[in-house]
Design a protein around this ligand. Structure first.
Ligand SMILES: [Ca+2]
Ligand SMILES: [Ca+2]
Length: 494
C-alpha cells in the first residue's frame, strides 16, 4: 500500500475513534405491534406501564408520532434505512430489502454507527426478517447478536376457538405459561441478554445496543400476574361506536381485505372481545416490566447519563375499533406509536405534539451523537423538538400502506387518500378517535393536505408478497386475487 494511503487510512481511523470516544451510547428499544395504550400517552385509562412512563419523565415524549407503514417489514425497513416505503417499494412482508439489488448496499442505522467507531449489539426483533449473521459476513447489520427473542414458551394447543381465514397459529391469546414463570418467554430472554451485554461489554468504545420485544404482537400470552392488573369485564374496552365505518369508503377495506386477524364480529360471536383486550394489556405491562429491567441495568452500570435511550413501536393495533383487529389501516389505531427519547441533548419531562415519523429516528440519532450526516435520509432530525417541544416543524407525519394509500397527520388533522381517489378527513383535536369523517365539508382543507402526498409513489418491488395490494386499470388485487366490484367484504361486521 502506498504510504500516503496508509497515512490517510490511519487519519480516518483516528478520526472516527476520536469521535466515537466522545459520543453518547445508544439504547434502542423496539416494541412490536404496540399501539398508543401507554400510560403517558393518555389513550387507555387503565393501562399500566410504569417503566415506559418513567423513561418519558426523564425525556421527551413525541405524542404525535406515526409509523411509515402499518406493517412490520415496511415500517422497520423504512426506520432502519431512513427511506419511505413509497421510495423503496418495500410494501409487504416480503422481500428482505437486502435482496433487492437497488437497496443491497444501503447503510443502515446500526451500520452507520459501526462505521463511526461504535460497537453494535442486537437482541430480539429489530428487523422483520434478519435474525443473526455470522461474524465472518461482510457489513453485518449488527456486530454482536444476543437473544433471538420471539414467542418463547407456547401452550400445547391454541387457547381460543378456531379463527377465520385458516385458524392461523399466531391468532391466539390468554394466560400462558400457567405457572406464573416469566423466564421461559422470549421477551424475558431479550431483556436478560441485553442486560448481560450492558454488564460485560468492553469499555472504551461507545455502544449501540438494540433490544426488540415481540409482545404485544399476537399470540398475546402473558402470565396470570399481568392479567391480574386488569378487570375481567367490559370496563377495559375502548369505545367502539356502532356503524363507525359507514362514513368510510369501500377502498378502506381493500388494504386489509382478507387477513388472519379476526374481525370484531368474530370476537363478539365467540365472546373474545374482553379476553383479547385484557391479553393485549397484560402483554403490554409484561413488556414494560422487561424494559424496566434494562433501564435499571443501564443505571446500575453507570451509563444512564451518557446514553441516549430511544423507545419506539413499529405500528399500532386495532382491538375491535372500526370493526377489526390488527394493523393494516391508515387510522390512529394503526399509525400512532409510542416514540420517546431520553438522555444527553433531550429535555426531560416534556411532551411534543409536533408531528413526528419513525423515519426521523435515524437522522435524530445521527445528530445527537455527532455522526456524519447522510444526505439521502428522508426523515428530519427531531433534535429541535427534543430540546424544545414547541420548536416549529412544518412537515406532517406521512404513513402509507401499499402504493397510493396515504395518511397525512398534522397537529390538527388526519387526511387519508386511498388509491382509488377516495378521501377521509378527521379533526383530531375535537375528534381524536376519528369517528366523524368530515371530508365532504372541508374541500379547501383537503386541497391543502393533498399536497403532502409524496411525489415518489413507487409500487411493490420485484419479489413483494404478503399483504400486498395493487391497483392497475381500476382493478384492486389483494395478495394476487382480484377484488370484484360487488364482492362482499369478508367477515364484515355489518
Ligand atoms: Ca409489527
Ligand atoms: Ca365514522
Amino acid at each position: 500500500m502506498k504510504p500516503i494511503l496508509v497515512f490517510l487510512i490511519s487519519l480516518l481511523t483516528l478520526h472516527s475513534s476520536l469521535r466515537a470516544a466522545d459520543g453518547p451510547n445508544v439504547l434502542f428499544i423496539a416494541i412490536d405491534d404496540q399501539n398508543d395504550w401507554i400510560g403517558c400517552m393518555d389513550s387507555h385509562p387503565m393501562v399500566k406501564t410504569p417503566n415506559i412512563d418513567r423513561l418519558a419523565a426523564r425525556g421527551t415524549l413525541m405524542a404525535n408520532a406515526h409509523c411509515q407503514a402499518p406493517l412490520c417489514n415496511p415500517s422497520r425497513t423504512s426506520l432502519m434505512v431512513g427511506l419511505r416505503p413509497s421510495t423503496t417499494g418495500i410494501h409487504g412482508l416480503r422481500p428482505w430489502f437486502r435482496d433487492v439489488p437497488q437497496w443491497a448496499d444501503l447503510v443502515s442505522l446500526p451500520q452507520h454507527f459501526a462505521d463511526n467507531g461504535y460497537q453494535t449489539y442486537s437482541n430480539g426483533k429489530i428487523y422483520h426478517s434478519v435474525r443473526t449473521q455470522p461474524a465472518s459476513e461482510p457489513n453485518p447489520e449488527f456486530q454482536n447478536w444476543g437473544s433471538r427473542g420471539g414467542v418463547g414458551s407456547r401452550p400445547p394447543a391454541k387457547l381460543i376457538p378456531a379463527t377465520p381465514f385458516g385458524n392461523h397459529p399466531l391468532m391466539d391469546w390468554g394466560v400462558w405459561p400457567d405457572n406464573n414463570d416469566d423466564s421461559t418467554k422470549g421477551d424475558y430472554d431479550v431483556a436478560s441478554q441485553a442486560i448481560r451485554m450492558i454488564e460485560e461489554m468492553p469499555k472504551g468504545k461507545p455502544f449501540f445496543l438494540a433490544a426488540g420485544f415481540f409482545l404485544p404482537h399476537v399470540p398475546c400470552y402473558a402470565t396470570q400476574k399481568w392479567f391480574d392488573l386488569y378487570p375481567d369485564d367490559e370496563s377495559i374496552l375502548p369505545e367502539m361506536p356502532e356503524g363507525d365505518r359507514l362514513d368510510t369508503p369501500r377502498s378502506s377495506w381493500w388494504i386489509h381485505w382478507s387477513l388472519p386477524e379476526p374481525r370484531k364480529r368474530w370476537l363478539d360471536e365467540n365472546d373474545q372481545q374482553v379476553n383479547l383486550v385484557r391479553s393485549y394489556l397484560a402483554s403490554t405491562s409484561f413488556v414494560d416490566d422487561q424494559i424496566g429491567r434494562i433501564l435499571d441495568a443501564l443505571e446500575a452500570a453507570g451509563y444512564a447519563d451518557n446514553t441516549i435511550v430511544v423507545l419506539w413501536s413499529d405500528h399500532g393495533y386495532h382491538l375491535g375499533e372500526k370493526s377489526i383487529t390488527g394493523k393494516n389501516t391508515l387510522w390512529r389505531n394503526s399509525t400512532r406509536v409510542p416514540l420517546i427519547f431520553a438522555g444527553p441533548g433531550v429535555t426531560a419531562g416534556q411532551t411534543s405534539s409536533k408531528p413526528a415519523e419513525l423515519l426521523d429516528i435515524y437522522p435524530t440519532l445521527v445528530e445527537l451523537c455527532g455522526l456524519p450526516k447522510l444526505d439521502h435520509l428522508e426523515g428530519l432530525s427531531l433534535a429541535p423538538q427534543l430540546r424544545n417541544a414547541r420548536a416549529p416543524r412544518d412537515r406532517p407525519a406521512i404513513t402509507s400502506h401499499n402504493q397510493g394509500n396515504y395518511s397525512i397527520v398534522t397537529e390538527e388533522w388526519r387526511y387519508i387518500h386511498y388509491v382509488d381517489g377516495e378521501e377521509e378527513l378527521y379533526d383530531i383535536v375535537n375528534d381524536p378517535r376519528e369517528w366523524n369523517n368530515v371530508a365532504a365539508e372541508n374541500p379547501e382543507r383537503l386541497a391543502e393536505l393533498r399536497k403532502w402526498i409524496p411525489k415518489v409513489d413507487n409500487g411493490p418491488v420485484a419479489g413483494s408478497g404478503a399483504r400486498v395490494l395493487t391497483y392497475y386499470d381500476r382493478q384492486p388485487v389483494w395478495e394476487g386475487k382480484p377484488i370484484g366490484k360487488d364482492d362482499p367484504i369478508p367477515h364484515d361486521n355489518k
